[in-house]
Design a protein around this ligand. Structure first.
Ligand code: NAP
Length: 313
């Protein structure tokens, strides 16, 4: 089968298309999926560059990719939840027990997948798993965002941010978000109530007494965000661990989230998509053979929402 693999860590140049990669074999708790589409996350770039090699040493060749949508083509002997022909989505990341989704077939653990949303095609479904699960986990589980509460979402035009804005609005919250000048119209259409241009304005001088901050940017943005929260507020950051001392000083809860693409989050996400509350924005669709261009666009092209790979062609 065809697969996007690396045999060493590095930049776009290490990406190879292997036309003869072995089709993965499954164990009793896995399924084999004929991949229809996949999408790129910053995490895939971190695997490719070797940024994660100390934390999770891997053996080459590595098939890249986590997010996928596809059709079940084989089920393990202990799997009763799925049958051949089911349309599914989830994560086939090698670090979560999969074989990599940038390939014609992927081996997937059933704990990392669910039936795909009916209201989304294969490309849209493949764009959802990590960003959508991250937003559901942060807003509904950690923050427990309520009607009329105020939330600041950093990086509102990105993969996670643009889903989080829609989820927060669906939950009835008042949403402020930080973006670049070019993305202001995009997040306005998603429903953001207050938009801060992060290059021209200082959000911590404009926003006060917020119930929550969802930070998808990290770095100095995380520390500056404490000022926006009221006492008892909650901050969730996707990037690193927030400063516990600052959290105590400001009297807030601060959480560094490790996102889980699990069945529970994927079912909830599909429910929100099918109810018309969330629609993923796929900025660009490329083919598996165009994976270098796809990575370059994800990392340097400032996409609005997601970059997807169409695999079945
Ligand atoms: N902890 C976990 O389990 C986990 C899981 C998933 C993702 N992550 C991390 O979460 C982060 C976001 O992921 P993603 O998929 O949403 O990435 P993404 O699609 O690249 O989105 C990031 C967004 O942030 C914007 N941005 C950059 N600097 C900003 C600033 N100072 N203020 C406001 N916006 C800014 C970017 O805009 P421009 O393009 O215009 O710069 C972009 O729209 C990444 O660092 C990723 O590695 C962590």
């Amino acid at each position: 089968m065809k697969a996007v693999q690396i045999n060493r860590y590095g930049g776009y140049e290490v990406l190879e298309i292997n036309q003869n990669a072995p089709t993965p074999s499954i164990d009793k708790e896995q399924v084999l999926v004929k991949v229809q589409a996949a999408s790129i996350n910053p995490f895939d770039g971190a695997v490719r560059s070797g940024a994660l090699q100390k934390m999770a040493p891997l053996q080459f060749p590595i098939t890249l990719g986590g997010d996928f949508s596809g059709i079940v083509s084989e089920v393990g002997t202990d799997v009763s939840e799925y049958k051949v022909g089911d349309e599914v989505y989830g994560s086939a990341n090698i670090l979560s027990g999969g074989s990599g989704s940038f390939a014609e077939y992927a081996q997937v653990r059933i704990s990392n997948m669910a039936k795909k949303p009916k209201n989304a095609d294969f490309i849209e479904s493949a764009a959802l798993p990590l960003v959508g699960s991250s937003a559901v986990q942060a807003l509904e589980e950690h923050i427990k965002l309520q009607n009329k509460q105020k939330i600041l979402i950093h990086g509102g035009a990105g993969g996670i941010g643009h889903i989080a804005i829609q989820l927060a609005k669906a939950l009835g919250a008042y949403v402020a978000t930080t973006v670049s000048t070019d993305d202001m119209e995009f997040v306005k259409k998603l429903g953001a109530d207050e938009i801060v241009d992060h290059k021209l304005q200082k959000f911590e001088e404009m926003l006060r007494d917020f119930d929550a901050v969802f930070d998808t940017v990290g770095g100095e943005t995380t520390n500056r965000s404490f000022k926006v929260l009221k006492r008892g507020g909650v901050m969730v950051t996707m990037v690193g661990q927030p400063d516990a001392k600052l959290a105590e000083e400001y009297g807030v809860t601060a959480i560094g989230q490790g996102s889980k693409v699990n069945t529970q989050h994927l079912i909830r996400l599909a429910e929100l998509v099918d109810a018309g509350k969330i629609k993923v924005n796929v900025d660009k669709i490329l083919l598996l053979n165009e994976v270098k261009e796809a990575f370059k666009y994800q990392e340097e092209g400032h996409p609005r929402g997601k970059v997807a790979l169409e695999v079945k062609k």
